[in-house]
Design a protein around this ligand. Sequence first.
Ligand code: AQP
Length: 329
Amino acid sequence: MKQRVFSGIKPTGHLTFGHYSTAGKWPALAEQYDCIYCVVDLHAVTVTLEPQVLRQDTRELYATYLALGLDPEKNILFLQSHVPAHSELSWLLSCHTMFGELSRMTQFKDKSKNNANNINAGLFTYPVLMAADILLYDAKIVPVGEDQKQHVEIARDICLRFNGKFGDVFTVPEPQIAKTGARVMNLLEPEKKMSKTDDNDNATIFIMDERDTIIKKIKRAVTDSDGGVRFDPENKPGVANLMTIYSVATGKTFDEIEKEFDGKGYGIFKPAVAEAVADCLEPVRLKIRGYLDDTARLDAYMRDGAERANAIAVKTLERVRNAMGFYKC
Ligand code: AQP
């Protein structure tokens, strides 16, 4: 039996080059693993969203999975809200998750700071739902960006605690973090992660950005006065970020990039980064548009994915109910 991979992205806006960097590596995994990818729409509603916007973002994200090269026959691609077992398992696991450990989650602290008017319980218990997503499918490997590592670790802790009480009910998951591009940074404040909900659009490269927009944004990206293209995230965070972006777009190593731009300065480096990013995102953008124009095909893929995911999820949930002692008749 192949080991299983599970991951997901929440539909809270247009995907960024950071998502491209992380999810762009997923299609290759199907050669070696049994892969399941989810549009985690239940996670999205921890922030206030207009219903129409959630619907649009959900479709666009599903289309992006396809456009990135995730083949719906080789992978299971589905919407979280189409498989009710996620919510039920989340409740059961929440009774085995400690208030203290949830309080330590960096994302909860950051999001509470940024959403002071809406620190809802869902924001707090978000990692429990994420643990349910992963454990429902007995995923061994969870490929995520650096920012989600802590959430996979708490899923692992919840899993070990649950297995310790009830026997080996779940597979113990582990995070898989890429060596390069696991944390693409904000173009204007390179100490912050590039995020789809940043207030300033110029700080973020969106997968759907047109070539001219990408070129303008990268031209304005923060660098430094030193002028050298060297990978030094501590002293040259802006340049290190552009090197990371260039590396993701071209597959070149940092050594190769340093040699390529040795003595050339940012006037040559930035346009090269911009062209490389525009070249790699353009075919994805065109494919997304194509999928979005074909609602019947998109809906058919979603229904099929939900059916296949549901078939696995209900079995796991049954195992959990039996292990915990819920009465069956
Ligand atoms: N900047 C990034 N660099 C590398 N990987 C990233 N990911 C997100 N941003 C970057 C990875 O993409 C996966 C799904 O992320 P998500 O959108 O579900 O949640 P997030 O990490 O909270 O992303 P955002 O853009 O910051 O969304 P909002 O603003 O809505 O919270 C994860 O594997 C993540 O690591």
